[in-house]
Design a protein around this ligand. Structure first.
Ligand SMILES: [Zn+2]
Length: 161
């Protein structure tokens, strides 16, 4: 027979456990968003592009999000000023095997492109970053590899739209 004290303790215990689980759950849910904040901070003065970058980040598969979040060298930056460069580019690591930076650079004019095209460009660059600018499976051409991986995430380039 349980004493009042024991019953109280069990209730308190299960309360404590469920509170812990709620806290843990919140941490798991908020941690990626808090960390993504560092990736979208450079776009603070470009809210349209910032939303587009965040949308793609949140759409990435868990393993890709983790790969970026676990690598302090992974960065996303905005660029306005380099002439002769396309919508975006990936700065490959200068060293071998992931030494140096993994930096995706997006042009501010992506804010003016159609949403689907901008999402595709951003996903394509994230694909390069995930693949370390390499191939994907049997696809050895790095551009085709990035397009195929981005498409697997749901971001496809439709040239005639
Ligand atoms: Zn590319």
């Amino acid at each position: 027979m349980l004493s009042d004290h024991t019953r109280w303790s069990r209730e308190r215990m299960s309360e404590t456990i469920s509170r812990f689980e709620r806290t843990h759950e919140n941490t798991l849910r908020e941690y990626p968003l808090m960390t993504f904040a560092a990736y979208i901070e450079p776009f603070a003065s470009h809210p349209v592009l910032q939303r587009r970058v965040l949308h793609v980040l949140e759409s990435l598969p868990d393993e890709v999000q983790r790969d970026f979040l676990d690598d302090p060298r992974f960065r996303v930056e905005i660029d306005n000023y380099i002439p002769g460069v396309g919508w975006s580019f990936w700065m490959p690591p200068p060293g071998v095997d992931g030494q140096g930076s993994r930096c995706v650079i997006l042009r501010s004019k992506l804010a003016e492109a159609s949403e689907s095209f901008a999402h595709y460009v951003i996903a394509h660059e994230f694909a390069h970053a995930f693949l370390r600018n390499g191939g994907w499976g049997e696809i050895t051409d790095i551009e085709q590899a990035a397009d195929a991986l981005a498409a697997s995430w749901g971001f496809v380039h439709y040239p005639n739209r």
